[in-house]
Design a protein around this ligand. Sequence first.
Ligand code: ADP
Ligand code: MG
Length: 299
Amino acid sequence: MIAEVQTGTNRTAKVSIKGVSKHFATGDGKASKRFFALKDVDLEVSDGEFVTLVGPSGCGKSTLLNIIAGFEKPDAGDVYFEGRPVVAAGPDRLVLFQDHGLFPWLNVQQNVEFGLRVLGLPKKERRERAMEYLKMVHLQKFRHSYPFQLSGGMKQRTAIARALAVHPHMLLMDEPFGALDPRTRDIMHMELQSLWMQTKKTIIFVTHSVEEAVRLADRVVIMASQPGRIRKILKVPLSHPRDFLDPSLAELRTTILAELEDELNKLVQREGDEDWHLDEKSISARARRAPEIDGGEGI
Ligand code: ADP
Ligand code: MG
């Protein structure tokens, strides 16, 4: 049963983030300055919800995910998971990265069984559980293959099976499909929706692709940079599995791109000469005319 979040009002909150700030020092010696990777972030995620965090590079998406995972500590604010303060990383909140992190010397089945071995499960149970999740990600046939023999999508499906097999309470995903080609990513989007519908896991998924964010989420959290913060949260009022050609997804994508327009200007100012500016409304106007412009790559 989910414990009540002590300081919150939402009794079923899986994750509750209250006034979280995190700064890093920049520069060196006397010139060192504090800059906020995150400032005053509040967010509640319900049990079984699929939330995506979207925003430009450097807006604090990974920092927020790492704080929820317990890899990093906030300077201020509180983070609760199932009603308890997050003090360290744990197998109840597993993180999946772009780099699948499979062990190259173990085959697919052994990779999936690895976490179960750590948990001390007997051999028969390990085998059964691994096969259950390999079936779910459609990789039973490849159970004896090694990572080098798999495509990028197959590696990520193995990593997802390995994560789900240890029965985490939540999945934290940091741009897991960022290195995949567009068609493989389409397949992974369908696959992840199906896995989410079967397992009802709470998922927080970080991406810089607006397209990916709207395809997958119940709610899209739009982040802004300098300081890293939540700018807006939008609901995606469509049931899963989604038709990716649904016009309301394209509409939502255009709305989010327009919302992030000035973030692009901030990004070019950070990463170029002072006289480099983007045309006003250029990106959102182009997005309206040609919905494919971000090609799923986003911002
Ligand atoms: P995102 O995932 O949205 O691209 P990050 O959360 O990785 O952004 O980073 C937010 C900001 O904090 C960036 O400007 C990044 O350079 C900075 N940052 C992240 N981790 C560290 C760190 N360990 N030390 C110093 N700066 C960091
Ligand atoms: Mg990141």
